[in-house]
Design a protein around this ligand. Structure first.
Ligand code: CMC
Length: 428
């Protein structure tokens, strides 16, 4: 049998090193033994943006980007989107298996017992400008939760960790809806624990003077499916932020605020908002060729296209595209869909996009569904953050309990000056 090792010859010294291969990877620390002399620090690997570096082992989410495969805990995303609910998927992501009936009932009950937020949280949300971006409010509100639950810093205690997971899953929709209602200048609506996770969120978003709010079941289901599709995506920018910040053993609220902040960026979860603004700016199918020309000359990105991992198609985008029909049957067709479909058609034939393997990602079509649900454009990143909460928490739990993990602290290749003589102010 072939040896599971890699032999490296250092041409500076002529020395050969045999390094073990585990799961198709070499451990970067094994490179350190490669030295030109005893004084040498040893070889490091250089990988800006982690393009070819695994930072952890994981058993949560599997992606094969070349084949367009996405699985949570081994279950294909299309099956979960078709047959499951968000809370069931959340249990699956957290605990690694589908819940039995009574386990799901207990999980659902526990989460709905934690949907309320302290009255003081409403007060500080009130302190934001009405024009404040809802994602800015949510990032701050999540960070602030750590001051309400100081025991959360006991991250070594599994029971304490479990309670914060339940609290965060319960409270995220409430914080998100409150951010929206503050933007609108509307009163805050209490959670309704009789409703489903998605149904309760829609009620907190849109209930006005009615005693009870019941959303259209097709729209509620569509939102639940969107939540499933966004629940986790292995080591993306925000999951990496959750793990890196959590690796200092700070409480999960503080770590999750960092993760949500990472998600806010237009290259990550802020892309859904950027797509909608881009489609509105294009305005009409006839303007698409001009727009594509500008993208190709580097004047901007085709938002909602491209992915670090998917180089074939993003399976989530396909599911959303199919689901859009069900939603538009209820709400009427979103006129931006014609622009999006034509944009996709043209881009998929264009050499620029084909050569670079750029396909629609999850954010390309999701915004049009959110818009059909009457969710304002600047809430879109928040809509991503609600379900991604469970992904961040599953990644955090895995990191905290992984014996191989330590505080995340990368190395650098220093290229700056050394030993400069200090020059007094009057001599500069
Ligand atoms: N429009 C035009 N050109 C693009 C795009 C795009 N959307 N995406 C990548 N390219 C080009 C890029 O300019 C580069 O060209 P060249 O080789 O000539 O320099 C090439 O394709 C490779 O791109 P990259 O930037 O090296 O790829 P990356 O893996 O570092 O970035 C990405 C991935 C998602 C950040 C990027 O594709 C992008 O900025 N897309 C638009 C924003 C977006 O839709 N983000 C959502 C991602 S999916 C959901 C999520 O993760 O939150």
């Amino acid at each position: 049998m072939a040896k599971e090792t890699l032999t490296i010859t250092d041409n500076r010294t002529g020395k050969a090193y045999e390094i073990p291969i585990t799961h198709g990877t070499v451990n970067a620390i094994d490179l350190r033994q490669i030295k030109v002399d005893a004084e040498d620090f040893g070889m490091m690997s250089y990988d800006p943006a982690f393009k070819n570096t695994a930072s952890c082992t994981s058993r949560i989410t599997y992606i094969d980007g070349d084949r367009g495969i996405l699985e949570y805990r081994g279950y294909p995303i299309a099956d979960l989107a078709e047959q499951s609910t968000f809370l069931e998927v959340a249990y699956l992501l957290m605990y690694g298996r589908l819940p039995k009936k009574d386990e799901l009932a207990g999980w659902t009950r526990d989460i709905s017992m934690h949907t309320l937020v302290h009255e003081n949280i409403k007060k500080f949300i009130d302190g934001f400008q009405h024009s404040a971006h809802p994602m800015g409010m949510v990032v701050s509100a999540v960070a602030a939760l750590s001051t309400f639950y100081p025991e959360a810093k006991n991250v070594a205690d599994p029971a304490v960790r479990r309670l914060q997971v339940i609290r965060l899953l319960g409270k995220m929709p409430t914080l998100a809806a409150y951010a929206h209602r503050h933007s609108m200048g509307w009163h805050y609506v209490h959670p309704d624990n009789e409703l489903s996770y998605a149904g309760n969120f829609l009620s907190m978003m849109f209930r006005m003077t009615e005693r009870e709010y019941h959303s259209n079941p097709a729209l509620e289901r569509a939102l639940d499916v969107l939540f499933i599709l966004h629940a986790d995506h292995e080591q993306n920018c925000s999951a990496n932020a959750m793990r890196a910040v959590g690796s200092s053993h700070v409480d999960p609220y503080s770590a999750m605020a960092a993760a949500a902040a990472a998600l806010y960026g237009p290259l990550h979860g802020g892309a859904n908002e950027a797509v909608l603004r881009m489609l509105e700016q294009i305005g009409s199918v006839k303007n698409i060729p001009d727009f594509i020309k500008k993208v190709k000359t580097g004047e901007g990105l085709l938002m909602g296209f491209g992915h670090r991992i998917y180089k074939n198609y993003d399976p989530r985008a396909n599911i959303i595209k199919r689901m859009a029909d069900n939603v538009f049957e209820v709400t009427g067709r979103n006129p931006l869909l014609d622009i999006a479909l034509e944009l996709e058609r043209i881009a998929l034939q264009d050499e620029y996009f084909v050569k670079r393997k750029l396909y629609p990602n999850v954010d390309f079509y999701s915004g049009m569904i959110y818009q059909a649900l009457r969710i304002p454009t600047d809430m879109f990143p928040v809509m991503f953050a609600i379900p991604r909460t469970v992904g961040w928490l599953a990644q955090w739990e895995e990191m905290i309990t992984d014996q191989e993990q330590k505080i995340a602290r990368p190395r650098q290749v220093y290229l700056g000056g050394r030993g400069e003589a200090y020059v007094p102010m009057n001599k500069r």
